[in-house]
Design a protein around this ligand. Structure first.
Ligand code: FES
Length: 112
C-alpha cells in the first residue's frame, strides 16, 4: 500500500492539473470515483448512475449538477441526490482534501 492508501485517501491529481470544468476517474476499493472541479469547488461522487449502473463521467456538468449521458437522469454532486427520472436512488459522495497542492479523495463514501 502507498502512504495515501494507508491514510484512507487516494491521490487524484495536482491542483494545477485539474482545472475548472475538468474531471478525473479514480479507482476506489468499492467503485470508481468521479472527481470534478466545477464552480470553483472540487466534488467527488461514485462514478455509477443509480439507474442502470452505467458510468457518469462523460455526463454534462452544470454547476453542481451532472447529467447521466445514457438516459439523462440528473444528480447533485454535493449531496448525491437524484434530481430527475429515470434515477430515483442517490449516488455516493466522497470527501476531498487538498494538501500541498495535491488533491486527494477519501477511499470510502461519506454517509449523507
Ligand atoms: S444509466 Fe443513467 S439514467 Fe440510465
Amino acid at each position: 500500500m502507498t502512504p495515501e492508501q494507508e491514510n484512507q485517501w487516494l491521490f487524484v491529481a495536482e491542483t494545477r492539473d485539474l482545472a475548472e470544468g475538468e474531471r478525473r476517474v479514480v479507482a476506489g476499493p468499492d467503485e470508481d470515483i468521479l472527481v470534478v472541479h466545477t464552480d470553483g469547488i472540487i466534488l467527488a461522487v461514485g462514478n455509477q448512475c443509480s439507474h442502470q449502473a452505467l458510468p457518469l463521467d462523460e455526463g454534462a456538468l452544470d454547476g453542481d449538477l451532472i447529467t447521466c449521458p445514457y438516459h439523462n437522469a440528473q444528480f447533485c454532486l454535493r449531496t448525491g441526490e437524484a434530481l430527475s427520472a429515470p434515477a430515483y436512488e442517490p449516488i455516493s459522495c466522497y470527501d476531498i482534501k487538498v494538501e500541498d497542492g495535491r488533491i486527494y479523495v477519501a477511499q470510502e463514501p461519506r454517509s449523507n
